[in-house]
Design a protein. Structure first.
Length: 364
């Protein structure tokens, strides 16, 4: 789940017209005063929603064809599961190989640095916008539907019936009486008609519920429950046919090692890898600008990610459930935002994507 965001630090320092924000790789106990932040690596969240259906035969199932002309009614209990949907989303977690340190010069005014609770940089000199941190996948469970009680609508004659055959006859007659009453009301031919639309709605709903309760005595009841389970995958490279979990029509979602179910696979294919700049290119760029630092850890500005793209597919041997192209920090590389922007007198706001570390906006 995406972490809640908070404004991490407001550090005071003075920035003269010629001062610069210095950013280095962070070394615990060695780096000077300032703010340490992570860039993220991207976690793929796979949310699988399953539906459980439980069937219970009615006590009068053997009379369904005789009185209601309903055939094929089962007399056995049954539980079955199905996969209703698979949703993909991404979330950023700290990449321990990308820990940086913002050092502020003495007597300068530091920007407002906003980070996630785990220390991933979200914004510089800008507030966190809650709407941009919405989480797509949320584990949830919905309970069984409300069951109807036929005995709540039974007449005295039904309750005193001496056999199931007699009870079936009486219940079937009541079902037909309910249908006839509803038909008369709808046609406006009932002796006592509702006075307004709301009364009509309530009466028709009550008749519908009674008919359903009595019909269930013949055809049985089916209750439905919904379950959502979230898997997390943090790829470091391409992968094929990785077993995410297993699924059984009788048991639902299972652990990947449980051979009682068929495997659910995930494929991750890099579709747009961003190559790392070569050492020669970096040296040439630094020499051209005259800014090549003697300190190998010193960066030329705020470090951010340029993510690559990956195609993610979730499937079984018989069905594809989800197939999307997602931005992935691991398949890209880092770049720096020029110090020229960070040291302007104007307030510069920098917004990063907390899931990928990509630069979203730079604005005044």
């Amino acid at each position: 789940m995406m972490s809640r965001f908070f404004a991490a630090l407001l550090v005071l320092c003075t920035m003269t017209a010629m001062s610069q924000t210095t950013i280095t790789s962070y070394t615990p106990g060695v780096s000077a005063e300032g703010v340490a932040y992570y860039l993220p690596k991207t976690v793929i969240k796979i949310c699988i929603t399953t539906e459980k259906k439980s069937y219970m035969p009615g006590e009068l199932y053997q009379y369904a064809d005789r009185y209601l002309r309903i055939t094929g009614v089962s007399n056995k209990e049954d539980i079955s599961y199905s996969i209703k949907s698979v949703a993909l989303s991404t979330e950023g977690v700290p990449d321990e190989s990308k820990l940086y340190h913002i050092l502020y010069a003495v007597n300068s005014i530091a920007p407002l640095v906003s980070m996630t609770e785990s220390g991933v940089l979200y914004a510089v000199n800008a507030p966190v916008v809650a709407a941009e941190t919405a989480i797509v996948c949320k584990p949830a469970v919905s309970g069984p539907e409300r069951s109807l009680s036929p005995r709540a609508y039974m007449t005295e004659e039904m309750l005193l019936a001496g056999s199931k055959a007699k009870l079936a006859e009486l219940v079937a007659k009541e079902i037909y009486n309910i249908r006839e009453s509803r038909s008369l009301i709808i046609r406006g031919q009932n002796e006592f008609m509702p006075k307004d639309a709301e009364s009509l709605r309530i009466i028709l709903a009550g008749l519908e519920e009674q008919e359903q309760a009595f019909t269930q005595m013949f055809v049985g009841t089916t209750t439905t429950e919904t379950f959502t389970h979230t898997y997390q995958v943090t790829p470091s490279e391409e992968a094929a046919k990785v077993v995410l979990g297993r699924f059984s029509r009788k048991l639902g979602l299972l652990h990947g090692d449980d051979l009682a179910g068929a495997p659910i696979y995930v494929d991750i294919k890099c579709r747009q890898a961003v190559p790392e700049p070569t050492a020669e290119a970096l040296i040439e760029a630094g020499a051209a600008k005259g800014k090549r630092s003697k300190n190998a850890n010193l960066q030329d500005g705020l470090v951010y990610n340029i993510p690559g793209r990956a195609e993610v597919k979730v499937y079984t041997n018989t069905q594809i459930f989800a197939e999307e192209t997602l931005s992935m920090a691991q398949f890209g590389h880092t770049e720096t935002l020029s110090n020229t922007l960070l040291t302007k007198k104007k307030d510069i706001k920098v917004i990063l994507d907390p899931a990928t570390g990509a630069l979203l906006r730079v604005e005044e």
